[in-house]
Design a protein around this ligand. Structure first.
Ligand SMILES: [Zn+2]
Length: 598
């Protein structure tokens, strides 16, 4: 398995870059300027400067190919706005403590800028910026406060938003400015000249306060399509007043990559200042648009890890970063930190309390999972046959999903993963059991914990942590709606009866089992149930419906899923719970076993 780079087209990309030559070649024939943009008044051909601020001259290297890729910048700045734009997502709400922890994770990942919020807009963001200097120890990232230009008709030094930005005490600020004629006239209800003055005054004021200034040009792409002169005037004003980066925003998210290429090329032709981009994903193109913009020389990419944001979200940096770094060889976060991408994306998902999407490119749990038998035997021989990159590069991993469709090779790889040796007889019996159980409604590809126990059982292993004699669950419809469970178990030769209450059958049974065996197995205290899902399966076999219960558990280190299926929901729950506890004890950090004398 290749571990040192993307498995496809590595050389092609290098070849493509060599052909287009160094990024700094003034007068080099670029493909920009096709179409109406030729006529705008700015001098073309100057974007080499903007690229050069992050990059060095790129020496020509590599072999020849008969196609061109754009002359790519050597590096881009990654600007994460999870804490500001990302938190506009419906259902996403962060406490100040959560925000501090998300910022730590982003710094750990190695992004260049972290936009922390809008200090003037709400007390929570104000508190974040007040606490950040003492509680947030950023090793690498620069914290950025967000705000807007001064209001119309107000002097910059009298404007509250600008004052809050200065008081936030960050090194850099990002201010949003209206750069679309329609929004100036209809939303702001002021003149185009005043809109330009608002940018000039605000940027000058912030620069006079020693702040680095990024200008978010709101609705830039839509505004540019309607009235390019005005949109470019806003950028020109910001550049002249001392903005460090001109960020072209696709605020409504409707722009397509070919438009991005055309417009970014034109802008880069007219300005010496660094150009950045901020895309929303309403057309499903936010990552593609970001790559297209970088292809035309943008060197600052805004977005959110996991693509959070209102409506369809912002550019998903979890995809944009590896696309840029691994495929286009444009440096983003430090190379050695790329493998933190999956763990950090998942950690942030946990902090914002939104379940990670298993199909999220690069970092999703399913995106390097292989199911079909034929396919998995091929991948065992050659991983690049079915994977676009080596998953370890982004901290993800190849997973073999076992189901009734699995062939022998999938199963033997799974067994090898667990360090189990299955002879051909055991293998045949497992395959039989799998097919029978999946027919009954089990679904082992989502229940890795139960699958492992099934494989272990096929080798003759039987768990001896405890033996169930019986359990009983009583649901009380009285006050508090509590449920009571009693379990009778044997641990070794000792018979134990324990009772517990809970807010439902699983909770009550879990409490009763812990009460019964917890003293014998201290490792159990570290095992927690984190999720419980019930699904009623409408059986096509005419035997009525069955209930499938899935339980997710964790010991803080690993997480596992176990399954139970029965016509009786309590019986299905017990199976899943019992598997969860056995799996937890099997992998408990302290060697399990009855305490001597217990
Ligand atoms: Zn936005």
């Amino acid at each position: 398995m290749s571990n040192d780079g993307p498995t496809l087209n590595d050389d092609s990309f290098r070849g493509g870059r060599a052909q287009t030559g160094p990024a700094h070649s003034h007068g080099h024939t670029h493909s920009h300027g096709n179409g109406p943009d030729h006529s705008h008044p700015l001098t073309p051909g100057q974007h080499a400067h903007a690229r050069g601020r992050n990059g060095r001259d790129q020496p020509a290297s590599g072999g020849g190919h008969d196609f061109d890729l754009p002359a790519l910048p050597e590096a881009v700045d990654v600007f994460d706005t999870t804490l500001r734009d990302g938190s506009q997502q419906e259902g996403l709400s962060l406490t100040v403590d959560d925000k501090l922890r998300v910022a730590e994770q982003l710094d750990h990942l190695g992004v260049t800028f972290i936009e922390g919020g809008w200090p003037g807009s709400n007390p929570k963001d104000a508190e974040f910026f007040a606490r950040a200097p003492t509680e947030l120890n950023l090793a690498r990232a620069t914290l950025v406060a967000f705000g807007s230009t001064r209001r119309a008709g107000v002097r910059a030094e009298d404007d509250e938003t600008l004052r809050h930005l200065v008081e936030a005490q960050t090194e850099a600020v990002c201010i949003v400015a209206k750069s679309s004629e329609m929004h100036v006239v209809d939303a702001l209800r002021t003149t185009l000249d005043e809109a330009v003055s608002m940018v000039v005054d605000s940027v000058e004021f912030l620069r006079a306060n020693d702040l680095r200034v990024f200008l978010d040009a709101e609705h830039f792409f839509d505004g540019y399509k309607a009235n390019p002169e005005f949109s470019l005037r806003i950028l020109g004003a910001a550049e002249e007043a001392g903005a460090e980066t001109l960020v072209l925003c696709d605020t409504n998210g409707g722009t397509l990559p070919y438009e991005v290429e055309r417009i970014v090329s034109t802008v880069l032709g007219g300005f010496e200042t660094q150009v950045g981009v901020h895309f929303h994903n309403d057309s499903g193109c936010a990552v593609a648009n970001s790559l297209a913009a970088v292809g035309r020389g943008a060197t600052h990419v805004q977005g959110c890890v996991n693509g959070y944001g209102e409506r369809a979200g912002n550019t998903d940096l979890s995809a944009a970063i590896p696309d840029l770094s691994l495929k286009l060889k444009v440096a983003t976060i430090p190379r050695e930190r790329l493998e933190l991408l999956t763990p950090v994306a998942h950690h942030i998902a946990e902090l914002v309390n939104i379940a990670p999407d298993p199909q999220q490119p690069f970092v999703g749990a399913s995106v390097f999972a292989h199911k079909a038998g034929l396919h998995t035997s091929a991948i065992a021989r050659r991983s690049d046959a079915y994977e676009h990159i080596s998953p370890e590069l982004v901290g993800n991993g190849t997973r073999f999903v076992v189901s009734e469709m699995a062939g022998r090779s999938t199963l033997s790889m799974k067994a090898a993963e667990l360090g189990l040796e299955l002879d051909s007889q055991a293998m045949a019996s497992v395959l039989d059991s799998l097919k029978r159980l999946e027919h009954e409604g089990y679904h082992f590809e989502v229940a890795d914990g139960s699958l492992e126990l099934l494989l272990r059982n096929s080798t003759g292993w039987v768990q001896d942590f405890f033996e169930l004699e019986s359990y009983r669950v009583i649901a009380d419809q009285g006050e508090g709606n509590s449920t009571e469970a009693t379990v009778k178990v044997l641990v070794g030769s000792e018979r134990i009866v324990a009772t517990a209450e809970g807010n439902g059958p699983v909770n009550a049974l879990d409490g009763a089992v812990r009460a019964a065996i917890g003293a014998h197995y201290p490792g159990l205290a570290g095992v927690h149930l984190v999720d419980y899902r019930v699904r009623v399966l409408d059986s096509a076999r005419g035997t009525g419906s069955v209930t499938r219960v899935l339980i997710d558990s964790t010991d803080g280190d690993r997480t596992w899923t176990t399954i139970g299926v029965s016509e009786n929901i309590i019986a299905a729950s017990w199976q899943a719970l019992s598997d969860s506890i056995v799996y937890g004890l099997l992998h408990a950090p302290v060697p399990p076993g009855p305490i001597a004398g217990g």
